[in-house]
Design a protein around this ligand. Structure first.
Ligand SMILES: [Zn+2]
Ligand SMILES: [Zn+2]
Length: 936
């Protein structure tokens, strides 16, 4: 006997309890397998949120999608592992702790590197990773035993091994390079971390004096245009197009750099656009990537004029020490005073900003560490080209290739203190570099002990790019220590957002393929590219927008906090809202009204459970119980079972087939909506109503029934109760991945606290048995439903009070449909559900009675006393107009030869059939109106 559920569904009261239970009982732990053949794995890595992060709507969608798939796969018997962790997030975390220090009046420099890093760890231990606690509360079915942090000891070993190995393979080098420099964060940032924004700026035109061979002014000038005049301090040439006729006479001449006095050459380069500005461009290799390339082509020096903070350095002479923008102002004023400023024009600039702190990025030459990307990128492209990795939606495959075709060497060094410090040591004696797996005490080249470690740390994406291999034990894959790697690599699926397709997804493919290929297969054979990929499937999820389809942003103030919504409506309702709208490539317009609707859905299920339990209790009072063996499987009934039992079982099978199919295709929306229709529409609205009649428990308690009465009903009652409970139990399992909390609570109640497993999540997912969908039952029940709905509608139209039973007359629309047979077989059902006192089946056309149409049956509700003749006349007149309009439209189309020539035959057929049907309806409505007019 099931235990009592509280009267009202209160998500807050049940969700905390189960969330805590799932973690405490380690229900979703997937320990290292003992033998590789323990079922096909389903492995999925959680994209590690920043350790500083807080859950937002995007996470909520991403995690809901992952959890649905993981719970579903687990219930279908796969060895499911969802692996969580957090990212140390170099820039974000360092910035946050720096901000804390600022509020204490300190700087990280005052603390020193070691103390600062210690301080970050302290912060991490106290408050870091709060986002994972939020995930726990939301019931994510991850394996918490395997939780990692990208700075953990074992993962750091992997990072170091990857660096050293790439270095040994000649794929890591140091070089001077133009990087995007953030003067606030004081580090290089990757192209992907630069946000470009159009800004109103200026274009300054400056005259550079032309000088002769002796260095004397010729009195002639060459004008250049620039958007960053302060960088002219680092000019080493001015470039013109070799065929620019305006400047042919200046070929081979030199210029004197204003404000600085340096002599610089005029160079010829086809890259120069003759249409931009004056057609002459200053060349500043240390502060512009294009100029840097030009400098390389012409073997020009690079003069870096700024320090880490964006201040002019000693190279800037009189301007040394000034902030870049202060220097700009002063230099422009000085140029004007010297008569060298030609003019200032307004100009729209595309300015790069630091994604983290929004400071304007300064392109700047610096020495950085790089990964030579080409052999890695080629392999990564090959893996996708050979379909070892599949993208959903498929269009992202194209995006991936476009990016991989244009990929540059990857700058992996960052000038931060928080992160994996580069394992390279500089020698003060021979100036060579020692890269080592174990911290060296002496230079590997000259043996000097005067060595110091590189101060840069690695790009955060270098470590997260290694996760698919490192979380399963790489690089220490030994005979005794490879069960995890063998079982779970490659992972099955990655679910992530478009924004980190290149940051993370592409890097995982490059690093995963590169390093995993070196790991032999369990049998010692060589690993193929197909088995080296980090994941076999990538699902790129969409954006969650607000109800008006606007992107959520703090500036607009339309950001929804998922935790707040969960507090109001419960996790299950929020999850269901997201699922009901999630499909590949479609953004979600999150509307709270929908969440309210799904909160009501949860409530409906709760109430259905309470109704069901009440009936189970009543049955028990007269000795009828459900055999527990029938639960936990797919319900089945015999052909001789009542229609509603055959029908609900058939519906359940059909629903299960559709839901499984939808989830295979990432159609969360179809899956959720199918379950919703089944649970609310079929099970609650129809089946429960019917089964109540079938159980037919006496109103006044078991004593009011005689022993012989009870005995005669016993078999049918037991059958009805069994179908009711088993279909409900299976429905809970079907819904469980979508609404894990509610289903867990109710499922435990079904078993009255003695369930066959620790959680519904560990039971099996409903699968349709092949051939078990009883199509005939579906068709017959559908007819019965339209008949009953038709009578109900007609009763409403006639304002028949709800409790009053009325007689109806039913005429079959088409004798082939077998409608009257279905009615006669289910007479008592129809009578009760439609409040009918008497049913008369007619075989002839009706005469003078008001009637309505409910395909496939005509229904007459005999309730003349209450017919409001004028209202009825109005209704029929409206219907007639509607039918006439429909017929006219169909005639127009069918008379259009162009249409007939082009339209497919079945469309034309359909249209003709529809027209014929409408004509019949019109005829009937006209006849009815005539009857009405005669009657009055
Ligand atoms: Zn910054
Ligand atoms: Zn040395």
């Amino acid at each position: 006997m099931p235990h009592d559920l509280p009267k009202a569904y209160d998500p807050a009261a049940i969700e905390d309890h189960w969330a805590e239970y799932w973690v405490r009982e380690k229900l979703f732990a997937q320990p290292t397998p003992k033998a590789a053949e323990q079922g096909e794995p389903f492995t999925i890595l959680l994209p590690p949120p920043n350790v500083t992060g807080r859950l937002h709507m995007g996470h909520m969608l991403n995690q809901t999608e992952m959890d649905i798939l993981v719970r579903w796969r687990r219930m279908t018997g796969r060895r499911a592992l969802w692996l969580p962790g957090t990212d140390h997030a170099g820039i974000a975390t360092q910035m946050m702790v720096e901000r804390q220090l600022t509020s204490e009046g300190k700087t990280r420099q005052q603390l020193g590197r070691e103390a600062f890093v210690e301080r970050v760890w302290e912060w991490k231990h106290q408050t870091g990773g709060a986002i994972l606690d939020q995930m726990k509360r939301l019931g994510a079915s991850v394996d918490w035993q395997r939780e990692y942090f990208t700075m953990d000891e074992n993962l750091s070993v992997a990072v170091r091994e990857a660096f050293v190995r790439l270095h040994e393979q000649g794929l890591i080098y140091r070089g001077a390079y133009i990087v995007n420099w953030c003067p606030r964060c004081q580090t290089a940032i990757s192209d992907l971390e630069v946000v470009h924004e159009e800004q109103k700026g200026h274009l300054w035109e400056i005259r550079y004096p032309v000088i002769d061979a002796a260095g004397k002014d010729t009195g002639e000038f060459l004008s250049v245009a620039t958007t960053r005049p302060e960088t002219m301090l680092g000019d080493v040439a001015v470039a013109i197009h070799p065929e620019d006729e305006r400047y042919l006479r200046l070929h081979g001449k030199k210029l004197r750099l204003p404000l600085v006095g340096r002599e610089i050459p005029i160079i010829l380069d086809e890259w120069v656009s003759r249409d931009f500005g004056t057609g002459a461009v200053k060349v500043t290799p240390a502060h512009d990537p294009n100029d840097f390339a030009m400098g390389e082509r012409h073997h020009l020096p690079s003069i870096n004029v700024m320090d880490d903070k964006g201040h002019i350095n000693a190279e800037g002479g009189a301007y040394a020490g000034l902030d870049r923008y202060v220097a700009r102002k002063r230099m422009v004023a000085d140029l004007e005073e010297q008569g060298l400023l030609v003019g200032i024009k307004d100009h729209i600039n595309n300015v790069g900003h630091c994604d983290r702190c929004k400071t304007v990025v300064e392109p700047r030459l610096s020495t950085q560490w790089f990964v030579k990307i080409q052999p890695l990128a080629d392999k990564a492209k090959e893996a996708v080209r050979q379909k070892h990795i599949h993208f959903t939606p498929e269009m992202y495959e194209k995006t991936y290739f476009e990016w991989m075709e244009n990929i540059h060497d990857w700058c992996i060094s960052r000038q931060l203190w928080w992160g994996h410090r580069i394992p390279a040591w500089h020698c003060a004696q021979c100036h060579k570099i020692t890269v080592a797996r174990v911290d060296p005490t002496a230079c590997a080249h000259c043996g000097s002990e005067k060595i110091t470690q590189e101060t840069d740390v690695l790009d955060t994406w270098f470590s997260s790019g290694l996760l698919p291999v490192s979380v399963f034990g790489w690089p220490n894959i030994t005979a005794e220590n490879r069960a995890d790697f063998d079982a779970f690599y490659p992972t099955s699926l990655l679910v992530t957002g478009f924004d980190i397709l290149f940051f993370w997804v592409a890097r995982m493919i490059m690093l995963g393929c590169w390093f995993a290929e070196e790991v032999p297969m369990p049998d010692g054979s060589r690993r193929s590219l197909a088995d080296s990929v980090p994941f076999r499937e990538v699902y790129i999820h969409a954006l969650v927008r607000d109800a008006n389809r606007e992107k959520m942003s703090k500036t607009k103030g339309n950001v929804l906090d998922p935790i707040e919504i969960v507090k109001t409506y419960g996790t299950d309702a929020v999850r269901f809202t997201l699922a009901s709208m999630a499909s590949p490539g479609t953004d979600i317009a999150f509307n709270i009204a929908r969440t309210e609707g799904y909160r009501a859905f949860a409530n409906k299920i709760w109430n259905a459970a309470r109704f069901l339990f009440m009936n189970v209790d009543r049955a028990a009072e007269i000795g009828i119980t459900v055999d527990p063996d029938v639960l936990g499987a797919m319900p089945a009934v015999g052909e001789d079972a009542p229609l509603e039992a055959r029908w609900i079982v058939a519906e359940l099978h059909a629903t299960a087939a559709k839901v499984n199919q939808s989830l295979e295709n990432y159609r969360y929306d179809d899956a959720a909506n199918t379950i919703y229709q089944f649970f609310w529409g079929s099970f609650c609205d129809w089946y429960l109503e019917i089964v109540k009649l079938r159980l037919d428990f006496p109103m006044d308690g078991p004593e009011s029934e005689s022993a012989s009465q009870q005995a005669s009903k016993s078999t049918s009652r037991k059958a009805a109760l069994t179908t009711l409970v088993s279909v409900f139990e299976a429905s809970l399992r079907l819904l469980s991945p979508f609404m894990p909390f509610l289903t867990e609570e109710v499922w435990h109640a079904v078993y009255d606290g003695n369930p066959p497993a620790k959680s519904i999540a560990l039971t099996s997912y409903p699968q349709a048995n092949a051939g078990s969908v009883d199509e005939q039952a579906l068709v017959r029940m559908h007819k019965l439903q339209s008949l009953i709905s038709g009578i109900r509608t007609r009763r409403k139209e006639l304002n028949v009070p709800e409790k009053v039973a009325v007689p109806v007359k039913i005429l079959e629309w088409n004798s082939l449909t077998g409608g009257s047979e279905i009615v006669s077989e289910n007479l008592s059902l129809v009578k009760k559900l439609a409040q009918i006192s008497d049913i008369e089946l007619l075989t002839n056309k009706l005469d003078n009675l008001a009637w309505t149409v409910a395909l496939p049956t005509d229904i007459v509700v005999v309730y003349e006393a209450l017919i409001d003749v004028p209202a009825e006349r109005e209704r029929l007149t409206k219907d007639i107009a509607k039918y006439e309009k429909g017929i006219a439209a169909a005639e127009r189309q069918l008379g259009n030869e162009g249409f007939l020539a082009k339209a497919p035959a079945n469309v034309v057929e359909g249209l003709k059939r529809q027209e014929a049907e409408t004509r019949q309806l019109l005829e009937k409505a006209r006849a009815a109106l005539e009857n009405l007019n005669e009657e009055k």
